[in-house]
Ligand binder design. Structure first.
Ligand SMILES: Cc1cc2nc3c(=O)[nH]c(=O)nc-3n(C[C@H](O)[C@H](O)[C@H](O)COP(=O)(O)O)c2cc1C
Length: 202
């Protein structure tokens, strides 16, 4: 696990009730990204991690459109499709990824009921791999899907699920409000009892 040493990071590491793996504690949804470019090798390693996620019938319904800020590509078009609340802080993210789901099962043409589940699992692999390499990611459902489909010409068999920002973290004070405060506010979770039913339903 590569140490992340921004002031915000110390505040964001999960404070857990049980001794969870440090990689899981260290991942959080950052908004302050540095200008440092992400090496192609590192990005590909993150997608490789996603590739090894489990999926229903091994369909692997995920697809990642990876764009880099400094490259000619779809980065700008993607950024334009983000909601107003996501536009200001994503401007510095070196990488924007459109996460897509293959809607149907290849062999039968039937709808894949687990596509979103499996894409989520792959995303988590990607984010944890990224965290282990000193990067932070931030998933966003806040984007205009119709505009994105139009702008990129996304074919009908794929569904854009999320846009993910990825970058090396920076100090929180590169952000304006309300993002600065969000960057330094510790993460919270509902109590474990809220997620866990022990032994029997009633
Ligand atoms: C499906 C999904 C959509 C999200 N959409 C947004 C978004 O549009 N903008 C944003 O700032 N954060 C977004 N988030 C980040 C969540 O707010 C964040 O994961 C949650 O508050 C927990 O914080 P943590 O990831 O730092 O633990 C999204 C997360 C997920 C999983």
């Amino acid at each position: 696990l590569k140490e992340i040493q921004t002031p915000a990071h110390a505040l964001k590491v999960a404070s857990v009730d049980y001794p969870v793996h440090e990689l899981i504690c260290a991942r959080w949804s950052a908004r302050a990204f540095s200008d440092q470019q992400i090496e192609e090798e590192v990005i590909k390693t993150c997608v490789e991690a996603a590739r090894w996620a489990p999926s229903s019938m091994n369909e692997q319904p995920w697809k990642y459109l990876v764009t880099q800020k400094h490259k000619e590509g779809d980065y700008q078009k993607i950024w334009e499709c983000l909601n107003q609340g996501n536009k200001p802080w994503t401007q510095k993210a070196q990488v924007l990824i459109v996460v897509l789901a293959e809607k149907n099962i290849k062999s039968t043409g039937m709808q894949n009921a687990y596509a979103l589940h499996d894409v989520g699992a792959a995303n988590m692999n990607l984010l944890l791999q990224a965290t282990s390499m000193g990067l932070l990611g931030h998933m966003m459902g806040g984007f205009h899907a119709e505009n994105l489909i139009q702008a990129l010409g996304i074919p009908d068999h794929l569904m854009p699920v999320l846009i993910m920002a990825l970058g090396y973290p920076d100090k929180p004070d590169v952000l304006e409000e309300p993002f600065y405060t969000r960057e330094i506010t510790p993460r919270t979770r509902k109590p474990l009892e809220n997620s866990l039913i022990w032994d029997s339903w009633v």
